[in-house]
Design a binder for this molecule. Structure first.
Ligand code: PHB
Length: 395
């Protein structure tokens, strides 16, 4: 009797499976096995700390849900992408084809993200971006299965130019790594600064991940702009801040930046960072209970101070939790999964944010100034700033 019932149940499941286009083992895997989460992040190189902070934040969000996603246990798979764009596709495929992950969380570097984007578009795997701001991911190459929980590259710098003009800096030099993140950050800066009446007298750059700044700092000294604006991040940012001060420029030509300049590097940069003003979608000192609780728990758990990367990793976790709960853990239910993530209101340490139609955060941008080893909020540069999403057509 028992075995007959089992047979009937199984055949009913097979008929059900056939009508949904899934075979029995896949249904069983989709609903009861562990959710396979792939982390593709830099764990070596100039962005290594960023990768660790993102993973910590992500795990913290999941940990707050009892370590489960939509009621299912999780199995993690990790790949160090080394911030190397030439290995982007290969590394994404290690997670998607070899490890068969249900969701790919990654990455930091915009060039590497382009590899992930190709694999995500080709395979349809759910792809959550916890940092990389490359415009194409939520513009011309946007996709229903790709969601960004961080920013687009021009978002943090769009309001920076006005902040500098308000402080009387009419002529600026821009300096950055020459790749998508720096170039697109420049796009945002240029638009805001020139609209506010500023003049960019020179654009300077170095290939990623070079950090030989000396010749460029000599050139800045000779150009004598009213201020310098920049995009650097990670180890390169810490070195730029120190070298800028060591070259004697700190007290002569104020340094401004996309907020990544002063994220996760304040210990390493030391007093050279004091006073730097940046614009960013997060500030350590946001005076909300949500941020206070987050910072306390993160510091207790990881014995580290959180930064914007930790917040983005955390928010990536919150976004996935929202989707997984809506489908009760069945991530193959894509229509409901995506709809829930599109409608998400993420109650983040950075403040509440929502998803734009092209799957990029609509969020506030703060003005911050470094003091006593903290990015202190000193104003709001933009409210509910959305990326244009230009060229995005969801398939
Ligand atoms: C990027 O490559 O998109 C990128 C990297 C590091 C950041 C921000 C953006 O801090």
């Amino acid at each position: 009797m028992t075995s007959r019932r089992l047979v009937l149940t199984r055949s009913a499941a097979v008929i059900g499976a056939a009508s949904t286009g899934l075979l029995l083992p896949e249904i069983v895997r989709a609903q009861s096995a562990k959710v396979r989460v792939g982390l593709m992040l830099p764990y070596t190189g100039t962005f290594a700390q960023l990768g660790v902070a993102i993973e910590n934040g992500f795990r913290m969000a999941i940990g707050e849900q009892g370590g489960k996603l939509g009621g299912r246990e999780i199995e993690y798979f990790k790949v160090d992408d080394e911030s190397d764009p030439s290995k982007g596709i290969e590394n994404a495929n290690k997670l998607v084809q070899r490890d068969k992950v249900d969701v790919l969380v990654g990455t930091v570097h915009s060039g590497v993200q382009m590899g992930i984007q190709k694999v995500a578009r080709d395979t349809g795997v759910l792809s959550l971006i916890p940092n990389a701001g490359v415009h194409a991911a939520t513009r011309s190459l946007c996709a229903p299965n790709v969601f960004r929980a961080s920013f687009s590259n021009s978002q943090p710098t769009r309001a920076l130019g006005k902040v500098m003009m308000d402080r009387g800096h009419k002529k600026a030099v821009w300096i950055t790594w020459k790749y998508a993140a720096g170039d697109e950050a420049f796009e945002g800066f240029k638009e805001g600064y020139t609209a506010a009446g500023g003049t960019i007298i020179k654009e300077l750059g170095l290939p990623f991940p070079q950090v030989e700044f000396q010749a460029l700092l000599t050139e800045i000294a000779a150009l004598k702009p009213d201020a310098v604006a920049c995009f650097w991040a990670g180890g390169g940012a810490a070195k730029f801040i120190r070298d800028y001060a060591a070259a004697g420029l700190k007290d002569k030509i104020p340094l401004y930046g996309s907020g990544f300049l002063t994220e996760g590097v304040l210990q390493a940069a030391g007093p050279a960072a004091d006073g730097i003003i940046t614009t960013m979608h997060y500030s350590d000192s946001l005076p909300t209970p949500r941020n206070g609780q987050f910072r306390l728990n993160y510091a207790k758990t990881f014995k580290l101070q959180p930064d914007v990367y930790a917040v983005q990793g955390y928010d990536t976790g919150l976004l996935l939790i929202q989707g997984a709960n809506a489908v009760k853990g069945d991530l193959t239910n894509k229509a409901v999964l995506y709809k829930s993530m599109e409608g998400a209101v993420i109650d983040s340490p950075r403040g509440k944010w929502t998803m734009s139609p092209s799957h990029n955060p609509i969020q506030d941008i703060y003005i911050r100034q470094v003091s006593a080893n903290e990015n202190k909020v000193i104003g709001v540069a933009a409210k509910a700033l959305a990326d244009s999403g230009v060229g995005c057509k969801m398939a």
